[in-house]
Write a protein that binds this ligand. Structure first.
Ligand code: ATP
Ligand code: MG
Ligand code: MG
Length: 431
C-alpha cells in the first residue's frame, strides 16, 4: 500500500507542517491511514498524527472526517470532552501524492486492548459503569448537539484518555547521559525506548486498575483494590470517518457486523438509535469479555440470518411488523414474520444468560439486563436516547463486586464459555 495513492512512508524523526510536528513512533493504522505519535514543537505536547492515503476517495473521506471533527472541536469543551479533538490539519506532499493529515489529541489504548489485557474476562461492573457513562456523554453530544450518527461504535473505536503526557513525564528530569544519547529526541531529551517502556508499564497498570485485577503476566488475580474504587475511567470516542449527518445518511450498509442494528440488516432506514444498539453491544462486551453477537453463515443460511436468529434467541421474537417491514425482509422472513431458513430458535434471555454463562449474581444480572434490554428494542424509536440512558439508575449503582469477580474467575478458568457456545451453535443450526 506504500505506492501512488496509498500510504505515505514515514520515518521516525520526519518533520511535518514545516517542522512543527516531529514523528516519534507508529501508533496504529487503518484502511485509510497510518497514525503516528508526534511531538508538537509549538505547544510542547505529544499529538497523534493521522496521515491519510493519497488517492482521491481517501482525500474525500479525510475531508469529511475533518469537517465533522472541526464541528466537534468548535463545540463547548465541557460537552465534547468524551469525543476526540482535532488540533490541526494540513496537506503533506510526498512521493505517493498529496496526503491530508489530521492532528488529533494523543490518546491511550482502545477498549478492545483493555479487554485483551484482561484476558477476555470482562471488567469489574463498577468500571463498566464509568466507561459507559463516558461513552454516553460522547454520544449524547454527537447526537443532540452535532446532529451526527457515529455508525461505527465498538470497543476498538473508543480510546482511553492518556493520563500521562510523555513530555511532562518524570523521565524528562533524568540527567544528561540520557539527554545526550544519540537516539534521544532532540526536542525533549527523552529517549523513545524509555517513553515506550513507560507507556507500556502505565498501560498495564491502567488495565489492572480499570479491571480491578492484576493483569501482569503472572496471572495472579486479586480481590478488587478498594483504593481504586474512585478512579475516573475517562475515555473518548474516535474514528469519525464513517459518521454521517442524521438528515443525510449516505450509506445503506453501516456499522461493523457484530455491532450492527437489526434495521440496518433489514434495510428499514436508520437514525441515532443505531448507535444505541452498538453501545449496548459494547457494554455487554466490556462486562463479559465476549461479543454479544458473533454471527456466522452456515449451510443453508447466511450470516445475516444467523445474526437475526441470535438476536431473537436473546431478546425474543422480532415483532412481525418490523420483521416484514424492511427492503430486505422478503429474502429473510416469511409472511408470518418467521425466519425462512432458520426455524428452530433456542431462547436464552439476557438475564438468564448472564447468570448461566457468565456467573453473574442474580441481582447483577437483573440490573444489568434492565439497563441493556431497552437499548436492544427491535423498534428503533423505542430505544432510549443517550440522554435518557444517562439517567438510568444502573449507572450510579455501586455494589460490592467481589462475589461477581470470584464467580467470573471460576467460569473463565475452565473456559466453559467457549465450549458452550460451540455446542449451542451446533445444536441450533444443524439438522
Ligand atoms: P479504519 O480502517 O478503522 O477506519 P482509519 O484509517 O480511519 O481506520 P483510525 O481508526 O482513526 O484510522 O486510527 C487507526 C488506529 O490508530 C486506531 O485504531 C488507534 O490504534 C490509533 N489511533 C487513532 N487515533 C489515535 C489517537 N488520537 N491517539 C492514539 N492513537 C490513535
Ligand atoms: Mg478505526
Ligand atoms: Mg476510519
Amino acid at each position: 500500500s506504500y505506492r501512488k495513492g496509498g500510504y505515505h512512508a514515514v520515518r521516525v524523526g520526519d518533520p511535518f507542517a514545516g517542522g512543527r510536528y516531529i514523528v516519534q513512533k507508529k501508533l496504529g493504522w487503518g484502511q485509510f491511514s497510518t497514525v503516528w505519535l508526534a511531538y508538537d514543537t509549538q505547544s510542547s505536547k505529544y499529538v497523534a498524527l493521522k496521515i491519510q492515503k493519497s488517492a482521491a476517495q481517501f482525500v474525500q473521506a479525510a475531508l469529511h472526517e475533518i469537517e465533522v471533527l472541526s464541528v466537534i472541536a468548535d463545540g463547548d469543551l465541557s460537552n465534547s470532552r468524551c469525543v476526540v479533538r482535532l488540533i490541526d490539519h494540513f496537506k503533506h506532499v510526498g512521493p505517493n501524492g498529496q496526503h491530508l493529515c489530521m492532528v488529533l489529541e494523543f490518546l491511550g489504548d482502545s477498549l478492545l486492548r483493555l479487554i485483551k489485557y484482561n484476558r477476555y474476562k470482562g471488567l469489574e461492573l463498577n468500571k463498566v459503569r464509568e466507561i459507559c457513562r463516558c461513552i454516553l456523554i460522547g454520544l449524547d453530544y454527537l447526537h443532540r448537539e452535532v446532529g451526527i450518527i457515529h455508525t461505527d461504535l465498538k470497543p476498538e473505536n473508543i480510546l482511553l484518555s492518556n493520563t500521562i503526557d510523555p513530555a511532562k513525564d518524570p523521565v524528562r528530569c533524568e540527567t544528561s547521559p540520557i539527554l545526550e544519547r544519540p537516539e534521544g529526541n532532540p526536542y525533549t531529551g527523552i529517549t523513545m525506548s524509555i517513553i515506550e517502556k513507560k507507556l507500556k508499564k502505565r498501560a498495564r497498570r491502567a488495565a489492572a486498575k480499570i479491571s480491578g485485577k492484576r493483569s501482569s503476566t503472572g496471572g495472579a488475580t486479586t480481590k478488587p483494590d478498594r483504593r481504586l474504587d474512585g478512579i475516573d475511567v475517562q475515555c473518548k470516542i474516535v474514528d469519525l470517518g464513517n459518521a454521517c449527518w442524521a438528515d443525510k445518511p449516505f450509506a445503506e450498509e453501516i456499522q461493523t457486523r457484530q455491532y450492527r442494528a437489526p434495521e440496518v440488516i433489514l434495510q428499514s432506514g436508520y437514525s441515532f438509535s443505531v448507535d444505541m444498539w452498538s453501545f449496548a453491544c459494547t457494554a455487554f462486551e466490556l462486562a463479559t469479555g465476549d461479543m454479544m453477537f458473533a454471527p456466522k453463515g452456515g449451510q443453508g443460511f447466511s450470516e445475516d440470518e444467523d445474526h437475526l436468529a441470535l438476536m431473537m434467541e436473546l431478546l425474543g421474537k422480532i415483532p412481525k411488523k418490523i420483521a416484514i417491514g424492511g427492503a430486505r425482509s422478503k429474502d429473510l422472513f416469511d409472511k408470518y414474520g418467521d425466519l425462512k431458513r432458520i426455524r428452530r430458535l433456542k431462547f436464552w434471555p439476557l438475564a438468564k444468560m448472564l447468570m448461566d454463562k457468565y456467573k453473574f449474581s442474580e441481582a447483577d444480572a437483573r440490573e444489568f439486563s434492565e439497563f441493556l434490554v431497552p437499548l436492544l428494542d427491535f423498534v428503533p424509536e423505542n430505544r432510549p436516547t443517550a440522554k435518557q440512558c444517562l439517567e438510568h439508575p444502573w449507572l450510579s449503582m455501586r455494589r460490592s463486586s467481589v462475589q461477581n469477580e470470584t464467580a467470573n474467575e471460576m467460569c473463565n478458568n475452565s473456559n466453559i464459555r467457549k465450549v458452550e457456545t460451540g455446542i449451542r451453535n451446533l445444536q441450533i443450526r444443524v439438522g
